[in-house]
Design a protein around this ligand. Structure first.
Ligand code: G1P
Length: 298
C-alpha cells in the first residue's frame, strides 16, 4: 500500500543563536545562499516532491518568513509597472499563493525544542505520514532529497524514515544518531536513535540530517514525550520510542548536504552554487580558488 505523504512541516521558530549577529533582526531561514534564502530552497524541495499542504511552525518575531514565502501582489504589480516583468514572474513563480496553495502558519511561542515544534503542527496536518524539513540543512543534487525519500518510503515500508549520512566520530555529538541493525539498498535499518551522544556513547556514525518522513502516530508520541537532551522535547526521542513497533530506517540520500546553520557550511554552499553563476565563477577564478577547468583548486 502506498501511504501518501501530503503534508510538510517546516520548523522555523528557532532563534538562530549560532548565527548571531546576522540573525538578530533577520530570521536564519531568510539568510541567502547567493541570492536565494534558505527557506526558498526548502519550499521548492517540498513542491517538487508533490507536497500538498505546507505547515510553517514559526514565531511572532519572524513574520518576515511569511512575507517571503507568500505572494506579494503589490510588489509584483510595482515591478510590472516599472517594466521588470521577468523579475516579477520569477518572484510570483517562487511564491506560495494564498488561494491556490494550501499553507498554514502556526506559532511556537516557547523554545521547547524540535519535537515540540512538530507537535505544534498536529492540528494542521492532512491524514497520513508527514514530512519534516529543516531549512538550515540545505541538500543540493540533481534529485530533491524529499522526492527520493518519498520514493524510498513507498518502496520499502518503514514507519519512520529519516535522512542520514555518515559523519566522523568527532561530529556525532551534533546530531541525532541511529542505532544501526542492518542495511537494505540506500536504507540503513535501525532500532533506535540517540540525540547528540558523546562520541564514546554513539551507537553508530549514521547521523540524521533535516529530512524526515514520520508515521502519523508521531504526534501521540510527542504528546507524552518528556524533555530530553538540553531540557527540550526532542523529536529524536519520540521517533526512537516508535522504532521497535513501527520500524525505523535511515535514508542515504544522493545529494550533498550543507550545514547552513553554521558559517562554514554557509560558505561551502555559497561556493558550490557560485560555480554555476558566471559572474561569481569569474571571481573565484580571479582569486585562484578554482582552476580554468572550473574545479576547486587543491
Ligand atoms: C536537529 C535534530 C538532530 C539532527 C539535526 C540535523 O538538531 O535535533 O537530531 O541531527 O537537527 O541538522 P539541531 O541542529 O537543531 O541542534
Amino acid at each position: 500500500m502506498t501511504l501518501h505523504v501530503s503534508t510538510a512541516i517546516f520548523p522555523v521558530a528557532g532563534l538562530g543563536t549560532r548565527f548571531l549577529p546576522a540573525t538578530k533582526a533577520t530570521p536564519k531561514e531568510l539568510l541567502p545562499v547567493l541570492d536565494t534564502p534558505l527557506i526558498q530552497y526548502a519550499v521548492d524541495e517540498a513542491r517538487t516532491a508533490g507536497i500538498e499542504r505546507m505547515v510553517f511552525v514559526s514565531h511572532p518575531s519572524k513574520r518576515a518568513i511569511e512575507r517571503h514565502v507568500m505572494e506579494d501582489a503589490r510588489l509584483t504589480r510595482e515591478l510590472e509597472a516599472r517594466g521588470k516583468q521577468e523579475v516579477a514572474d520569477a518572484l510570483s513563480d517562487a511564491a506560495l499563493c494564498p488561494v491556490e496553495d494550501d499553507v498554514r502558519f502556526v506559532m511556537q511561542t516557547e523554545p521547547k525544542g524540535l519535537g515540540h515544534a512538530v507537535l505544534c503542527a498536529k492540528d494542521h496536518v492532512l491524514d497520513g505520514p508527514v514530512a519534516v524539513i529543516l531549512p538550515d540543512d540545505l541538500i543540493l543534487g540533481p534529485v530533491g532529497c524529499l522526492s527520493e525519500m518519498i520514493s524510498a518510503y513507498n518502496a520499502r515500508k518503514v514507519g519512520h524514515l529519516v535522512a542520514t549520512m555518515e559523519v566522523s566520530e568527532d561530529r556525532v555529538h551534533r546530531y541525532g544518531v541511529l542505532s544501526v541493525t542492518g542495511k537494505d539498498g540506500a536504507i540503513v535499518l535501525a532500532d533506535g536513535m540517540v540525540e547528540k551522544p558523546k562520541p564514546q556513547d554513539a551507537p553508530s556514525r549514521q547521523a540524521v540530517v533535516g529530512r524526515y518522513i514520520l508515521d502519523e502516530t508521531i504526534f501521540d508520541a510527542l504528546d507524552t514525550q518528556k524533555p530530553g537532551a538540553g531540557g527540550e522535547i526532542q523529536l529524536t526521542d519520540a521517533i526512537a520510542r516508535g522504532a521497535s513497533t513501527l520500524g525505523l530506517g535511515g535514508f542515504q540520500f544522493s545529494g550533498t548536504r550543507f550545514d547552513c546553520g553554521s558559517k562554514a557550511g554557509m560558505l561551502e554552499a555559497t561556493l558550490e552554487l557560485a560555480m554555476d553563476d558566471p559572474d561569481c565563477l569569474a571571481v573565484l577564478k580571479a582569486r585562484g580558488l578554482v582552476d580554468d577547468t572550473a574545479s576547486f583548486a587543491a
